[in-house]
Ligand binder design. Structure first.
Ligand code: CMP
Length: 142
């Protein structure tokens, strides 16, 4: 089915000048960017976005890292976009990520792992709404 998913290019990958390379992976796989912007998260924004991880031991480090520099947030649209983006990204831990995936090619560690992508359709809807208003999303008819 035609889906939308939410994606982040994290501070490590922005700092390495990888925005274009990563957008190329999305577009080459047939995913269309239907919304996009650069933001530098406040602690409050990062804590809210990752609220489900609040009790995890890595939560503080995650918020520190995600607020350490600007990120790119985008909405990707395409057939089975949620799963397609997860395949492009590879496993959360770059040590486990398949060759040719974004995490395998660009991530330093499980903490600084280059990209985030929604893990399911329901989280995609929630995450998209966290960053984008309806007017900021541009449906693509061609
Ligand atoms: P992300 O998809 O952005 O969601 C939460 C992030 O926490 C995850 O990617 C990782 O970068 C980071 N993280 C750090 N340690 C862990 C861990 N043990 N399990 C899952 N995520 C972790």
């Amino acid at each position: 089915a035609l889906e939308r998913t939410f994606s982040i290019i994290k501070p490590d990958a922005v700092a390495k000048n990888l925005i274009g390379a990563i957008y190329n992976r999305f577009e080459s796989a047939g995913l269309k960017i239907v919304a996009s912007k650069m933001v530098h998260l406040t602690r409050e924004q990062a804590e809210g976005f990752y609220a489900e991880h609040k009790e995890r031991p890595f939560f503080g480090a995650l918020v520190d890292f995600m607020t350490s520099g600007p990120i790119m947030v985008q909405v990707l649209e395409g057939e089975n976009a949620v799963l397609a983006n997860r395949e492009i990204m590879g496993a959360t831990n770059p040590a486990d990520a398949a060759r040719g995936t974004l995490r395998s090619d660009y991530a330093n560690s499980i903490d600084e792992n280059a990209v985030h992508g929604s893990d399911a359709l329901a989280s995609a809807e929630r995450e998209i709404a966290y960053f984008f208003s309806a007017e900021e999303i541009c449906p693509r008819t061609r």
